[in-house]
Design a protein around this ligand. Structure first.
Ligand SMILES: [Fe+2]
Length: 247
């Protein structure tokens, strides 16, 4: 049907089964969030993802659209695994997440990214931030986000079409940085480019339309970082080549 930009698929696979098992372990508190995030990377590393998802990645690039691989929506939690397409030179504006644990893995293209830690709440609409990554994610690089870990990020496709695997779980954090004041389940836009001092940036929550206008078609490098990243840690990697095959 015209007008729809996403397809819902059911990626029935051992990898998907393992991921659902991890979500269940997180929900039952057999895993905490850092352990869960580590396990997601292990499953990805063992999953030969480029071979499994290759035809869908090609289709996203050809059709210039996203593909949902799995989605479950329940009363208090939901999760989605999806391939997200980004046109060259476009950005997902800076945003924070509420009660959200996610992993992004670059499957094709290159992704310019900035990531931030939230330090403290100033008002209902502003927060202090610390930049922790400012660089480029190549194929196989990951970006992980949780309530108290690199919660704010901003990323853009560079000069080539980019596809990344996005896995997000909503509703399973035990504590949240701020109360539930009606935040979105996915992106909540925030502007980290206005100002700060030598110790931190002030992030201002902004309306999604304003954020899209300001950031969606501009290079990240057009905007000041305000304060430098102290130490850029290399992203965690999931190799496009299968470990099993390489052995
Ligand atoms: Fe995000």
């Amino acid at each position: 049907m015209s007008g729809f930009r996403t397809d819902v698929r059911e990626w029935r696979s051992p990898t998907m089964k393992e991921i659902r098992g991890l979500i269940s372990d997180l929900g039952r508190r057999r895993l905490n969030v850092p352990q869960f995030q580590k396990e997601v990377l292990r499953v990805y590393r063992e999953g030969n993802l480029w071979k499994q998802l290759g035809p869908w990645i090609d289709e996203c690039l050809k059709e210039k659209r996203d593909a949902i691989l799995w989605r479950e929506i329940m009363a208090t939690r939901n999760f989605t695994l999806q391939l997200l397409y980004m046109a060259p030179n476009t950005a997902h504006p800076p945003h924070y997440h509420f009660n959200h644990v996610s992993t992004q893995l670059v499957m094709a293209g290159r992704m310019r990214a900035r990531e931030y830690e939230r330090l403290a709440r100033i008002t209902e609409d502003s927060v202090t931030l610390m930049p922790v990554y400012d660089g480029v994610h190549e194929v196989g690089d990951t970006m992980q986000t949780a309530e108290f870990h690199r919660n704010v990020h901003w990323f853009a496709a560079l000069t080539e079409p980019t596809v990344f695997l996005n896995f997000n779980v909503h509703g399973l954090e035990r504590e949240t940085f701020e109360p539930d004041v009606g935040q979105h389940k996915g992106r909540n836009t925030i502007d980290p480019t206005v100002g700060g001092n030598e110790r931190h940036i002030i992030g201002h929550k902004i309306d999604v339309d304003k954020a899209e206008d300001k950031f969606a078609h501009r290079a990240i490098d057009d905007f000041p970082l305000i304060i430098p990243v102290k130490k850029n840690a290399r992203p965690q990697r999931v190799s496009p080549r299968s470990r099993k095959r390489a052995a």
